[in-house]
Write a protein that binds this ligand. Structure first.
Ligand SMILES: [Fe+2]
Ligand SMILES: [Fe+2]
Length: 389
């Protein structure tokens, strides 16, 4: 069970996770046999990949989400509702100058009306369920959810919460701190409601003016959320800041430590946690303008960003629960007697996260072979990489 490019999905494959429409009604159930008609439907919904149960050699490998499909669906619906209500409230002035927008959202009238949406209150209960589910996991599945044009921000926000809560757990946060962190993460991109969808989903390089506009989303988001949850809103404000001070909107810096006193001009731990979760999810996920990168490439990229972009100590903690080769993902062997054989990741070794048990299924001529499992924690010289079709 692994993500397959929609162009490579063939009739007869079975769906690995249910597909829902924009109103969260189930359109296609898990286990359903995919037909040409369904493939077209999935394309129309904007799926660039889907999770399929391929054949009996891999059907036992379930790439589980870290939260239940039901919880994800409930949060997505509530988030959509909150975003749409907020969007309505800013409709009249969203295309004006930044100065005008700030003037509007700082007015008492706006604040009073905005508070009526009760965003945090509506999400609190189900976020509590999410936290409980994440706390019962030791390892992230490392795949993250499949996203479309319509649900990108909602699924992205949920994935950022999951990763951040896992990090908070490793730091020994109390339940109320985890709550605060999760509420901040779920709303971290709320400021994007002020930015034109055309800019957010642009396929080509952004113009300097467009990028300047995008860079306003943390400040705008912070402005409308901060009043009720000061700590949570640090996430909204700081998730694009960097350790080297080259992030936005304020150019805060970090000291690459986990334990330290809060200081002016230095990123808060909430900001640093969300920065890692945000970059990881943004890279691994399909976007309108490109497909997601394979998980091993993303992890290597994050390692290279340590100390410069991401808090080094914190990233080391993240790497201890996020596997480079998630269960069910296709891999290729790069050296040794099985060079250029293909297979899948069969089991994560929690003692040695990046040396999983793999199951080889095809030889170097792509001929099917009798499945054979290899424990990479024992076969230390074998190198593999994730592959996408
Ligand atoms: Fe953002
Ligand atoms: Fe984000």
């Amino acid at each position: 069970m692994y993500p397959v490019n929609i162009e490579s999905v063939t009739p007869g494959m079975k769906l690995g996770v249910p597909i829902r429409d924009a109103n969260e009604n189930i359109l296609l159930n898990r286990n359903i046999v995919i037909t040409d008609r369904y493939i077209n439907r999935l394309k129309n919904l904007g799926y660039q990949s889907v999770i399929v149960l391929d054949d009996e050699d891999t059907a036992d490998l379930i790439a589980e989400d870290n939260i239940s499909e039901h919880t994800r669906s409930v949060i997505r619906a509530k988030l959509k509702n909150s975003f749409e209500l907020s969007e309505k409230m800013i409709k009249e002035f969203k295309d004006e100058s930044i100065k005008e927008i700030f003037k509007n959202i700082r007015s008492d009238k706006f604040k009073k009306n905005f508070n009526k949406i009760k965003i945090y209150e509506n999400l609190q209960g189900v976020i509590g369920q999410l936290i409980e589910q994440v706390l019962s996991n030791d390892v992230l599945n490392g795949l993250n959810s499949l996203k479309t044009y319509d649900n990108y921000t909602y699924n992205h926000s949920i994935d950022v919460v999951i990763t951040s809560v896992m990090l908070g757990k490793k730091l020994g946060f109390s339940v109320s701190m985890l709550d605060e962190l999760a509420l901040g993460c779920i709303m971290h991109d709320i400021g994007k409601i002020f930015i034109d969808r055309k800019i957010l989903n642009k396929q080509n390089k952004l113009t300097p003016e467009e990028f300047e506009k995008i860079k306003e989303h943390p400040t705008l988001g912070h402005e409308i959320m901060a009043e009720r949850r000061i700590l949570a809103s640090h996430v909204t404000y700081q998730h694009h800041e960097r350790q080297d001070g080259k992030g936005y909107p304020r150019g805060l810096i970090g000291n690459n430590r986990v334990k330290r006193e809060p200081e002016i001009g230095i990123m808060s731990i909430f900001g640093e946690i969300s920065a890692i979760a945000d970059v990881h999810d943004a890279m691994i996920s399909d976007r309108v303008y490109r497909r997601g990168f394979p998980p091993d490439i993303v992890i290597k990229f994050l390692i290279n960003s340590a100390g410069v972009h991401l808090n080094r100590e914190l990233l080391n903690k993240f790497l201890k629960f996020t596997p480079m080769y998630p269960v069910g993902y296709k891999i290729q062997i790069l050296n040794g007697g099985y060079k250029d054989y293909f297979g899948v990741v069969a089991k994560i070794n929690s003692e040695n996260l990046n040396r999983p048990i793999i199951r080889i299924l095809y030889d170097h001529d792509k001929e099917k072979i009798e499945p054979k499992e290899i424990d990479l924690s024992k076969e230390k010289d074998i190198e593999i990489k994730c592959i996408k079709d």
